[in-house]
Design a protein around this ligand. Structure first.
Ligand code: FAD
Length: 484
């Protein structure tokens, strides 16, 4: 403990000790270090965290507090607009400086700039760092100095620039301030969902916090990376890293993951193809964050303006069937139930369910993004918004709207034995693989033997895919004509 003026480390999307440049700077300053987290729902407004993310945050903050204790530091919790809470903690603690790692949401950037200016005017030293991206959004530009709108040249440039530096180690020890301002108790924030049965699946699937993130990374490098390039599209296998919530909350830095992959490949050149495919996905994360930085309206308005006039349908019953995994298309329903049960969904299936909502049901992508926002543990304003716009055909470098996924063919191709469907749609578990992706076409004796009564145990399709595809293409054509 020390009575010198402390330096505040303001945590938000960087809930870790390793490769945390703000924390490293604070510890190196020799001042007492005061770690602070502010629950700033007030500024986030419509983008306050959804239910699954709040569950994760609760556990991740508890883990961060425990980890900080091991290096001798407390974690101070405050709630309210950060523009009030941060200066208040500065005043109450007598801090001489504040450091943080940058965030990129459209609601947080103006907030942070204003706080920086306010503190600087009072003579408080303020510094921010990059800890959440491989490169800052202003560092990756076209030859003309413009931000990229197309992934491939963006990726080429990012690969050419490379990733700056090596990950920093976690501090071994630090000095806490002699006295602390009063803080909130995490329990009083009431972050856990009101439906305790729902949280059971989350608890069984995840270990929020830096230690859980490290374990997941180590397992993936040893068991998943080798088969990643060919296996990443298969939801019936554990082929991807499942690091997305850990990356979202900053329990791992992308730089640390990037260099861990590089080290694994250096040690075993046989991992090169998997390593390159994996880093490309980190590239998509980066691209999405850069898009959000350059387009504040990415979360709610189409990047291609003509899509604003798309004749979307209001269909609350169909939306609810989609949310609950009762559309009658097994691969769609398995995905939506995986999401509900575990707070996560495989990327291939995210694309299929999103295409189904936007094209087969012609329901606005923003409705799907909102449901994902509430139920995903990795809900991320950049990745979620950019991915929904990609599927809906209205984003930068998007999949064309006229490319409509056929849910039966997608199921057959990526879940050939139906293992994924069987796991999440147990009422179909006894159907043979040849019928599992279109049970409504199965002969009566096959259904009877599998114990499936259509409409009672499992619904018939809520739309006919062929007809729905035609309706979607007609809607697109009408939009194009009105824009011309
Ligand atoms: P891996 O395959 O192991 O990939 C490693 C990491 O790369 C991921 O953890 C993630 O950080 C990043 N990544 C992978 N694919 C993408 C992608 N297409 N776009 C951006 N980053 C990517 N991802 C989120 O993190 N949060 C979201 O809210 C989100 N919403 C999505 C919504 C839709 C409609 C779609 C189609 C995709 C969405 N994604 C989102 C992207 C992707 O599905 C997830 O990042 C991925 O499934 C996470 O699983 P993983 O960690 O096992 O991925």
């Amino acid at each position: 403990m020390s009575t010198a003026a402390p330096i505040i480390v303001w945590f938000e999307r960087d809930l870790r000790l390793a490769d945390n440049p703000a924390l490293a700077e604070a510890v190196q300053s020799g001042r007492p270090v005061l770690p602070l987290f502010v629950l700033d729902d007030a500024t986030a407004g419509p983008w306050r965290r959804g239910a699954a993310s709040r569950w994760w945050l609760d556990r991740s903050l508890a883990a961060l507090a425990r980890d900080l204790t091991t290096v001798g530091l407390p974690l101070l919790l405050r709630r309210g607009p950060a523009a009030r809470a941060v200066p208040a903690v500065v005043a109450e603690s007598g801090a001489a400086a504040v450091v943080w790692n940058r965030r990129y949401e459209p609601w947080s950037r103006p907030r942070d700039a204003a706080i920086k200016e306010m503190l600087a005017q009072s003579g408080i030293a303020v510094r921010s760092h990059n800890a959440g991206l491989l490169r800052e959004p202003w560092e990756v530009r076209t030859g003309e100095g413009e931000p990229y709108r197309v992934f491939t040249p963006f990726w080429r440039t990012l690969r050419a620039i490379g990733v700056a530096g090596r990950p920093l180690p976690a501090p071994a020890a630090a000095t806490a301030p002699a006295s602390l301002p009063a803080g909130d108790r995490l329990e009083d924030w009431d972050l856990s969902p009101r439906r305790p049965d729902w949280a059971g699946g989350l608890r069984r699937t995840w270990s929020p916090g830096e230690a859980g993130a490290r374990r997941r990374l180590t397992e993936f490098l040893s068991a998943g990376l080798a088969g990643y390039r060919d296996g990443r599209d298969r939801p019936d296998r554990p082929g991807t890293s499942m690091l997305s919530p850990h990356l979202h909350f900053g329990e791992l830095s992308p730089r640390l993951v990037w260099s861990a992959v590089a080290d694994a490949v250096a040690a075993d050149p046989g991992l090169a193809a998997g390593g390159e495919a994996y880093r490309r996905e980190l590239g998509w994360r980066e691209f999405s964050h850069h898009l959000l930085f350059h387009h504040d309206r990415l979360p709610d308005a189409p990047l291609r303006a003509e899509f604003a006039d798309m004749p979307w349908r209001r269909a609350p019953d169909e939306l609810r069937a989609w949310q609950r995994g009762r559309t009658g298309y097994p691969i769609v329903d398995a995905g939506m139930r995986q999401l509900w049960e575990t707070g996560w969904m495989h990327n291939r299936v995210r694309m299929v369910v999103a295409s189904f909502l936007v094209k087969d049901l012609l329901i606005p992508w923003q409705e799907g993004a909102a449901w994902f926002w509430d139920t995903l543990v990795d809900a991320d304003l950049a990745n979620n918004s950019a991915s929904w716009q990609w599927v809906a055909g209205c984003g930068a470098d998007a999949q064309p709207f006229f490319r409509v996924f056929n849910p039966v063919l997608q199921g057959r191709k990526f879940d050939p034995d139906g293992a994924y469907v069987r796991r999440f749609v147990p009422e179909l578990a006894r159907l043979p693989a040849s019928w599992i992706h279109e049970p409504w076409k199965a002969p009566a004796d096959v259904l009877a033997e599998a114990g499936v009564r259509l409409d009672r145990d499992y619904p018939r399709p809520i739309v006919d895919h062929g007809a729905a595809r035609g309706r979607a293409l007609a809607a697109l054509e009408a939009t194009r004509r009105s824009a011309a």
